[in-house]
Ligand binder design. Structure first.
Ligand SMILES: C[S@@+](CC[C@H](N)C(=O)[O-])C[C@H]1O[C@@H](n2cnc3c(N)ncnc32)[C@H](O)[C@@H]1O
Length: 215
């Protein structure tokens, strides 16, 4: 798997915004699917589909909000994130769950060992040539019938972010994707798309998409 050239910069940036990100989740409806009915519905269907298939890994789990939501629903779920600061928040806020620091590009996933894998607003920093490699690694790690759920920002091209979550200085690239491009990438990775939920932009946040696909 290729290592993104900006991986260390992206990690440092998320370390810097982690405290504000946690405050934002506590203070607003952004980031907590309990308060966003369509996102919650998609996650609930995913949860029902994977529950009896095997463990679930929340890749790019941030402070573990969704990991904990799925654990409450009875799933055997754990989380990994690039940012040590995000993971320290996740462990503090959700001590009942397991969390580790790792990049999606450095996971050593055993073949056919997971019922579900998640890239929930956490794959958009991956360079365009790296995302297909990560999706292929997800496909290999799933049991037959296992599911992937991906949520990401929609559009063309790249957005260079220099500040985020309340004016914190960051340096990362958001790679925008059109839904049909993602369907093709998932298909090429051996994952058949079973659902696509398009989200209009709201506030400062542009349009998004949730895709569910099955090995
Ligand atoms: C917008 S946050 C979303 C966090 C969480 N999934 C949620 O919905 O609250 C993006 C997360 O992706 C993580 N991330 C970015 N690049 C990553 C990578 N290569 N591997 C693992 N995590 C990554 C960041 O550290 C950050 O916690």
């Amino acid at each position: 798997m290729s290592r993104p050239a900006d991986l260390d910069t992206v990690r440092d940036s998320y370390d810097r915004v982690a405290d504000n990100y946690v405050d934002m989740i506590a203070a607003t409806d952004l980031g907590d699917i309990r308060l966003q009915p369509w996102l919650r519905a998609a996650m609930d269907v995913f949860a029902d589909a994977v529950k009896d298939l095997g463990p679930v890994l929340d890749v790019g789990c941030g402070p573990g909000t969704i990991t904990a939501y799925l654990a409450e629903r009875g799933l055997d779920v754990s989380g990994v994130d690039l940012s040590p600061r995000m993971i320290s928040h996740a462990r503090r806020l959700h001590p009942q769950c397991r969390f580790e620091v790792s990049s999606s590009t450095e996971l050593d996933l055993e073949d056919a060992s997971y019922g579900g894998l998640m890239g929930w607003w956490s794959l958009f920093n991956l360079p365009r040539d790296v995302l297909p490699q990560v999706l292929s690694s997800f496909a290999r790690a799933l049991v037959p019938g296992g599911q992937v759920i991906v949520a990401t920002h929609v559009g063309d091209g790249e957005r260079i972010r220099t500040e985020a979550y309340g004016g914190v200085p960051v340096r990362w690239t958001t790679h925008l994707w059109r839904p049909e491009q993602l369907v093709t990438l998932l298909d090429e990775a051996g994952l058949a798309v079973s659902a696509e939920l398009r989200l209009p932009g709201w506030g400062e946040i542009g349009p998004g998409v949730v895709l569910v696909a099955q090995r």
